[in-house]
Design a protein around this ligand. Sequence first.
Ligand SMILES: NC(=O)c1ccc[n+]([C@@H]2O[C@H](COP(=O)([O-])OP(=O)(O)OC[C@H]3O[C@@H](n4cnc5c(N)ncnc54)[C@H](OP(=O)(O)O)[C@@H]3O)[C@@H](O)[C@H]2O)c1
Length: 330
Amino acid sequence: MKAIRIIRPGEPDVLELTHLEEPTPGSGQVRVEVYGTALNRADLLQRRGAYPAPPGVPADIPGLEFSGVVEAVGDGVDESAVGSWVMGLVGGGGYAEMLVTDADHVVPMPQGLKFVECAAVPEAFCTAYDALVLQGGLRPGQTVLIHAAGSGVGTAAIQLARAFGAARIFGTASAGKLEALEERGLSLDVPIDYRRKSFRDVIRRETDGRGVDLILDLVGATYWTDNIASLRTRGRIVLVGLVGGTMAQLNLGVLLRRRLHVIGTVMRSRNTEEKSALAENTREHLLPRFESGELFPVVDRVFGLNEAAEAHAYMEDNQNAGKVVLRVRN
Ligand SMILES: NC(=O)c1ccc[n+]([C@@H]2O[C@H](COP(=O)([O-])OP(=O)(O)OC[C@H]3O[C@@H](n4cnc5c(N)ncnc54)[C@H](OP(=O)(O)O)[C@@H]3O)[C@@H](O)[C@H]2O)c1
């Protein structure tokens, strides 16, 4: 099979198209013919040698999500699964024509969506759903702030916050990405161009000084102080990404006095039971919303598998508004 390998840590040119043996599905697993995969910031870190793959997945083939067709099954998996159109999260190995994964970790592709669209669903929507709803406890009528709203995860989070009843959605992004969101029909109630305005000031003004119920933060250190100041009493922040750095200072007294909840989360290193539970949640709570059109993947651009290096450079240059997909097969 064709696959993209990281031949050594470095710039995008260390991504090499190569030929490898097809993996064999183990007990409880399926082998999937991959049609599409999508980029994540984690892939860029892994390419640079800063985010090694967890045990049990290919160490040098990036790719945390896929869409494709089940082509073979391992022991204990019903043969009727062969031929199903599926999508899912994996700990690595998505940039390849074949991958193996637990049968419990795949979910059916929503009817009406293409492979390149479904490749853009798992990381963005599972991460945002898990952060906002399962961990963040979003309830109808609450106020939400979504940072990096023009990112893959951000574009999913806007839709999910709306679908799960947020009363008012604030979002930060650069001006070009705020425009791109409007063009896609993903309007925020209060869009904030973070390069021109302080989100903390906007939130204080718009909430009469109370703050928001929930923050989905994809940025980290540079936003930390203003995030804490933008939460209402007993507010929650779910920290999902660190594109703005990892080191921050905090007056712990503020957490106590205002009874704030700080939740950190990551998808990739979760154990197999946690991944099965998330797949089950996706089947039950998200698939019907994709099939009704309430949720839709936001694909910024599609590259070929052999253009993985160009795709990495494009994302590293911060050009994408939404997901960057690799078409693995036609
Ligand atoms: N914890 C998990 O399991 C998990 C899973 C998936 C993703 N993530 C994380 O979530 C984040 C978003 O991922 P993605 O794949 O959706 O990325 P993406 O589509 O490439 O978007 C990243 C966004 O970050 C914004 N950004 C970059 N540098 C910034 C800075 N210094 N300050 C403010 N905004 C900045 C950019 O928007 P502007 O042009 O508007 O600045 C860009 O839209 C990443 O940090 C990623 O690692 C975490």
